[in-house]
Design a protein around this ligand. Structure first.
Ligand code: PMP
Length: 382
């Protein structure tokens, strides 16, 4: 037998798969993984069905269906002012994750350093490692609401720093970048050969009338950024694995060199459907209000429990501290609450490469109101 070993973790062993499997096994309410338990808009399904019946079942162009890229360009310019040429600056991908992996693949060379803020979405570091890059992680803490210490960022930068990865709104912390973060970032990267990968998959899930500081808004950042976006979050269709990447033409040309051999082109009928669906801006403009209502409902319920709620400015995650309940490790209490009380969450130490445990759990509130109510009833007993 020939043995091979990749540099990556064993599949099925991450806490995300463990928690979901446990939730199924013990019949717990699953607020661990981030996906809705309600269906996507029926109109979208009708459009996919129509596209299939109309015979749109073969490859689309490698970069994606042009009418879809045009709609993405219009939407981006309308919302953030930055113009992306649909021909050369937008590529449709198989979800946000593929956009992220592809951007990392083309942006870095072996030994290049990549700055990652932790807690971090779990796909960044593996992609960097596969490419032989070096992860320079900077840990953020709930004690100051996960603010980025920009003086520390400055100290981390060397002549090997090639890429900074940002995520706004942020999974798992539910924070969003603020204007001062943008100002600091602009000052740091100006006149440097540093690229940015901006994970904006939750771009529309921003609450209390706050602004989404997309890299597309700021020329100093736009000109060096890959922006990864997901239709899974936008249309409650995480299982479709549809998304896109935007970047200036010279960066997108490199992105496509990888994309063409990684996936070539993505799902055709869904591209036709989404191109049509996106024409109505209400499809995305109402999303913040939709999720804000869920956030407020869940927070009201959770306020009656012994958990302490952390702020939630964006995304569909709510983090809580449990110091009033126990001083167990976050993984232990997450497993115990799933087994004993029937609600699954994610321990946020899973998002730190060193397993740093701030005693914080993450719940996903992209669920039906009745699911959230049932979960709160159970969590009240903890
Ligand atoms: N980035 C973040 C921060 C996410 O939370 C997710 C989904 N969990 C993704 C990227 C990936 O999105 P997709 O499902 O479209 O690949």
């Amino acid at each position: 037998m020939i043995h091979i070993t990749s540099k990556l973790p064993q599949t099925g062993t991450t806490i995300f798969t463990v928690m979901s499997a446990l939730a199924t096994q013990v019949g717990a309410i699953n607020l661990s993984q981030g996906f809705p338990d309600y269906d996507c808009p029926p109109e979208l399904i009708r459009l996919v069905e129509k596209a299939m019946r109309d015979g749109h079942n073969q490859y689309t162009p490698m970069a994606g269906l042009m009418p879809l890229r045009e709609e993405i360009s219009i939407k981006t310019e309308k919302l953030y002012g930055g113009y992306y040429n649909p021909d050369t600056e937008i590529t449709v991908t198989a979800g946000g994750t593929q956009a992220i992996f592809t951007a990392i693949c083309c942006a870095i060379q072996p030994n290049d350093e990549v700055i990652v803020f932790e807690p971090a979405y779990d796909s960044y570091a593996p992609a960097i490692k596969v490419m032989g890059g070096v992860v320079k992680s900077l840990e953020l803490s709930p004690d100051d609401n996960y603010a980025i210490p920009w003086d520390m960022v400055r100290r981390l930068i060397t002549n090997k720093t090639r890429l900074i990865i940002l995520n706004t709104p942020h999974n798992p912390t539910a924070t969003i970048l603020q204007q001062n973060d943008i100002d600091e970032l602009c000052a740091i990267v100006k006149n440097q050969d540093i690229l940015i990968l901006s994970d904006e998959v939750y771009e529309h899930l921003i609450y209390d009338g706050q602004t989404h500081h997309s890299m597309a808004r700021y020329e100093e950042l736009r000109k060096r950024s890959f922006i990864a976006v997901s239709f899974g979050k936008l249309f409650h269709t995480t299982g479709w694995k549809m998304g896109y990447c935007m970047a200036p033409a010279h960066l997108m040309a490199e992105f496509r060199k990888v994309h063409q051999f990684l996936v070539f082109s993505v799902n055709s009928p869904m591209q036709y459907a989404i191109a049509e669906y996106l024409k109505d801006e209400n499809t995305y403009n109402g999303l913040a209000a939709f999720f804000q209502q869920k956030r407020d409902h869940f927070r009201q319920g959770m306020a009656q429990t012994r958990f302490e709620l952390l702020p939630c400015a964006g995304s569909y995650f709510q983090s809580v501290k449990y110091h009033n309940i126990s001083d167990e490790k976050d993984t232990d209490i997450a497993l115990r609450i799933t087994k004993e009380f029937g609600v699954a969450s994610i321990p946020t130490s899973a998002f730190y490469s060193r397993g740093t445990d701030h005693h914080v759990l993450r719940f996903c509130f992209a669920k039906k109101q009745e699911t959230l109510d049932k979960a709160v009833d159970k969590l009240m007993k903890v």
